[in-house]
Ligand binder design. Structure first.
Ligand SMILES: [Zn+2]
Length: 77
């Protein structure tokens, strides 16, 4: 999540804090899905093929830094 800068509604452009755990726009409803906007400067330095390879997880949880999810336990069953 640290690499996610903000969330932006695809219909009206309203922006949301990625920590808000909001997945659709509060004004547009279910049609207002949110694009994830990344901090590409941070990604370039921190998320590389090498760092990805070094992670032990073999599931989608290895991409947690790129997902708009604040709680890593989301992936645990
Ligand atoms: Zn909207």
């Amino acid at each position: 999540m640290a690499l996610v800068k903000k969330l932006k509604c695809v219909l009206c452009g309203k922006e949301f804090d990625p920590e808000s755990d909001t997945f659709t726009c509060t004004d547009c409803g279910p049609d207002g899905t949110l694009d994830v906007l990344y901090d590409y400067g941070e990604i370039k330095g921190k998320f590389t093929p090498k760092t990805l390879f070094q992670r032990k997880e073999k599931s989608i949880s290895r991409y947690i830094d790129l997902l708009p999810i604040s709680d890593p336990s989301f992936f645990q069953t």
